[in-house]
Design a protein around this ligand. Structure first.
Ligand SMILES: C[S@@+](CC[C@H](N)C(=O)[O-])C[C@H]1O[C@@H](n2cnc3c(N)ncnc32)[C@H](O)[C@@H]1O
Length: 212
């Protein structure tokens, strides 16, 4: 079966190349296309377990890399890891002292799926909105943000909220996502430093297609 073979190929490649999961290739695709991580960037990774994005980030920057997850993240050399809920404001205050200046926030967080599509979609959007709130509180102006979401109800609301804080915003489907997956990444560059202003949107100044 074509799609099954596709999944196996990515999985086997991840094992061979020493990555903890196939998710590594999604971040690598995002990086190749949009160059969101520069070589001295300090990065916070939300929903980081088991840690394959952290492995890629460690390869890309000499800066500080911090991962947060509800679940344990097995150690990675020169990466700080926290068990916690990034939606809890105390978590941000715990990691803030490690990061004098944060240039990139990424979130690959997803909820445990219940199988009820509308409910799962609402929880995914809620995670995305909270990742944006986290980013808005810690990113320096000019910083970059990547957040996973899922196509469906309220996706555009999240997209408009991101557009309200960044000069350049794109949506991206990695080739390495599972076949049939509705997951989609919002890739946002150049944080404007403006205050969180949920739901207002600012569709006049941003684009959603093509390379940044
Ligand atoms: C798809 S996995 C991330 C994979 C990771 N990017 C990697 O490359 O290994 C999604 C993760 O989001 C985490 N997560 C979901 N909600 C969270 C929350 N509120 N705070 C922290 N982590 C969360 C889950 O525990 C899960 O480990």
């Amino acid at each position: 079966m074509g799609s099954q073979w596709g999944r196996d190929k990515v999985y086997v490649r991840a094992l061979k190349e020493g990555y903890r999961s196939r998710a590594a290739y999604k971040l690598r695709e995002i990086q190749e296309r949009y160059n969101i991580i520069r070589e001295t960037d300090n990065i916070v990774d939300l929903g980081a377990s088991p840690g394959s994005w952290l492995q890629v980030e460690r390869e890309l920057t000499a800066g500080i890399v911090v991962g947060i997850d509800l679940s344990y993240i097995p150690p990675i050399e020169n990466v700080f890891t926290f068990i916690g809920d990034f939606m809890d404001p105390h978590t941000l205050e715990e990691v803030r002292p490690l990061l004098p200046s944060t240039s990139v926030v990424v979130s690959d967080a997803s909820p445990k799926l219940s199988g009820q599509r509308t409910y799962d979609q609402a929880r995914a959007i809620n995670l995305g909105e909270n990742a944006l709130i986290f980013a808005e509180k810690i990113l320096k102006p000019g910083g970059n943000f990547v957040v996973k979401s899922f196509q469906g109800q309220d996706f555009n609301t999240l997209l408009y909220q991101v557009r309200d804080h960044f000069l350049s915003v794109r949506t991206f489907h990695p080739k390495s996502s599972r076949k049939g997956s509705t997951e989609i990444y919002i890739v946002a560059k150049n944080f404007t430093g403006r205050e969180w202003n949920s739901g207002t949107g600012n569709i006049g100044t941003n684009e959603t297609e093509g390379p940044i």
